[in-house]
Design a protein around this ligand. Structure first.
Ligand SMILES: Cc1ncc(COP(=O)(O)O)c(C=O)c1O
Length: 279
């Protein structure tokens, strides 16, 4: 990658950006992050992403430094030649660096603050047309999945299992409930209602999830925020996942079993259409 990244208050050429070897993000996964989608040079729901970053940081007792994030995102996008492109901006703040010890470093240790923009070509068109496959996978994560922490090993292992099975996403299952995807929120259409897991410690409160729930209500669908049992997946007329990068992605098979007619359904299609009008 060429261009500049934002690192600790400075703009640095990508190839010259350096993070100390004892950074706590590297040693412990001790940090929080966000991924913001840029549509034709404009960030989508940046304020909401920044509010979630603040919340994640607060929940892990990490004080965020003052950063003009709007200005940073704008400069990375424009400076990276992405002013008329689709891209993502990745933001990470770790608890800084210091001699390896589990407890926090001394007060005053500056956090490491990184942001970088990358062109993002978007969802492959075949997923849009034919939908995507998913597998189920045990949810091996901790009890604070509402914090967007960089500690993503269970998510990484589940996604890799999906990829190796030729699938797009792993739906994480806890106590018989399909909680969310490894990097997405999970929705089912059951008895005509749009159903998704309620907010709480077991899911990340997706920015896209909130937008899509609002659109579903606007479109007149009945919306239910309740656990989705794996035993109910077989009778769902549609399944889909939402995320910043996947937008609204129809899931047409789970563990090799077709969902509904095995094609993207009308509810997901109408939500995606409404979503694309917003961006
Ligand atoms: C575990 C998990 N759930 C849900 C989401 C979707 O969140 P958002 O719509 O804010 O991208 C993500 C996004 O990365 C995620 O990692």
């Amino acid at each position: 990658m060429s261009g500049e990244v934002f690192l600790n208050g400075q703009y640095v050429p990508y190839a010259e950006a350096r993070i100390p070897v004892e950074d706590r993000g590297f040693l412990f996964g001790d940090g929080v992050y966000e991924v913001v989608k840029i549509y034709r040079g404009r960030p989508f729901r940046l304020r909401e992403h920044l509010a979630r970053l603040q919340r994640s940081a607060r929940e892990i007792l990490l004080e965020l430094p003052d950063v003009d994030w709007e200005g940073v995102v704008d400069r990375l996008v424009r400076g990276g030649g992405l002013a008329d492109r689709d891209a993502t901006v990745y933001i990470e703040v770790s608890r800084g660096s210091g001699p390896r010890a589990h407890h926090f470093p001394p007060a005053g240790t500056p956090p490491t603050v990184l942001a970088l923009a990358r062109e993002f070509p978007g969802v492959p068109p075949e997923y849009r047309e034919r939908g995507a496959a998913a597998i189920t996978h045990p949810d091996l994560r901790w009890a604070r999945c509402d914090i967007k922490s960089v500690n993503l090993l269970p998510n990484v292992l589940a996604k890799e299992k999906a990829v190796r099975a030729g699938a797009y996403e792993a739906i994480l299952v806890r106590d018989g409930v399909a909680i969310e995807g490894s990097s997405s929120n999970f929705f089912a259409v059951l008895d005509g209602a749009v159903v998704t897991h309620p907010e709480g410690p077991h899911i990340l409160s997706g920015i896209t999830r909130a937008v899509v729930l609002g659109l579903a209500r606007d479109l007149g669908y009945r919306v239910v925020e309740a656990p989705i049992r794996v035993s109910d997946l077989g009778r769902a007329s549609e399944l889909f996942v939402t995320s910043t990068t996947a937008e609204v992605m129809p899931i047409v098979s789970v563990d090799g079993n077709p969902v509904g007619a095995g094609r993207p359904g009308p509810v997901a299609a109408s939500l995606l259409e409404a979503f694309m009008r917003l961006v």
